[in-house]
Every structure is written in C-alpha cells, then in structure tokens.
Design a protein around this ligand. Sequence first.
Ligand SMILES: *Cc1c(COP(=O)(O)O)cnc(C)c1O
Length: 225
Amino acid sequence: MSISQNITLIKEQIARSAEKSGRNLNDIKLIAVSKNMTADKAREAVAAGLVDLGENRVQELTDKHPLVEGAHWHLIGHLQTNKVKYIVGKVVMVHSLDRWSLALELDRRAREAGIVIPTLVQVNVAGEETKFGLAVPEVREFISEAATLPGISIQGLMTIAPYVENPEEVRPVFKQLRNISYGLREIPGVRMEQLSMGMSNDFAVALEEGSTMIRIGTAIFGSRK
Ligand SMILES: *Cc1c(COP(=O)(O)O)cnc(C)c1O
C-alpha cells in the first residue's frame, strides 16, 4: 500500500468514527508522524494533501523543515529546554509542554522572535513512569500560571495512551483527558479547544472520546526500522 492509499483509508476510518459519535469532520485534524522517515516520504504525505506533519525529535524536524515545502510542523515529543531556540518560527504547535522551565523558555524565545507559540500541555493520564507529562493533579495550577506567559498560547491538552492490544482498554484514558479539559475551560487566557490524542492503534476510540488531533505514524508510513 502506498502512503496516499494509507491516507485515504485512514480518512475513511476518521469519517466513520466521526459519524458514529456525531462529530464534525472539520473539528478533526490528522497529523502524519514522519519520525524515522525520510524527507521524501514526508513529501509524499504532503503531496497527498496531508500538510500537518509531526516529529518527536528537534534534530529531525529541523533537518526536514527546509526539505518539505508546504508542511506545517508539530513538535510532539519531549522538548529539551536548550533546543527550544531551534524550533521557534518553524512549528505551528508544540504538543509536549510538560514543565515550568520549558514554558519559560518557550515564552522567552517566542517574545524575542515577536511571535506567540501555540502549545498543548502534555498530561500523563495513566501515570506511566516511562512517559513524560504532568500528573493529573498538577495540571490546573500549571495551566493557570502558564496562561499568564504572553509568548505561548495554551490551546488544549495532549496525552499518549499506554500501548495495548485492544484499544478499548485505553478509552478511560481518553475520556479522562477530555474531562480534565472541560474542567479547565474557565481559566482566563486558556482556550481548551484541542485534544491531541490517538495514534495508529487507538485513534478510532480517541475520536469517539473527542480527540481533535490524531497523530498517526505507522498506519501512514509503515513500520519504523
Ligand atoms: C511516534 C508517535 C506517534 C505515532 O505513533 P504510531 O503508533 O506510529 O501512529 C504519535 N505520537 C507521538 C508522541 C509519537 O512519538
């Protein structure tokens, strides 16, 4: 199967999930995760109409950035504070804001560049030790404080669900992220409009639970070496 055939199939699945849960397709963004893939493959996705590309490493993002015309880059992986300077102006969104030092550095670099960086706060809903993200009880206070920083604009939440064979098992994780997001809507300066959740194996369930951004790698590009 080609990349464009995979994209067509996924779009059909997205349409089915949207219909099943009474959601508007315009509220759902498909992000092609091109990590470990060549710039050629990333270009194929853009040519097939998928302009939103996700990378989890800064180096890979900045390498591909000049090579893939027309792409909108999303940083979806852990971001080291000393690498923020390399991505300012190159990304449409940072999905992985997970600590105060990173919020301060994003804010500082964005203000220097005269821009505002759209961000999502990563939440470790399932409390997995191997994953980044704020613990659930920390989210409200963190967002209230980060919302005062003029260089970043907090637009929602992101989570990575544990890998499971049967995606039904992680439905509660997605449900919980949505509930947390509802509970934060009244914080001044915060727009809780985006829920970045769902990957190749669990995006259908994530969409049923209100995901607005799904991050798909394997199901588009094939397995990573
Ligand atoms: C790799 C990755 C994805 C995509 O995973 P697939 O299972 O290949 O779809 C999504 N989100 C993040 C944060 C990732 O690192």
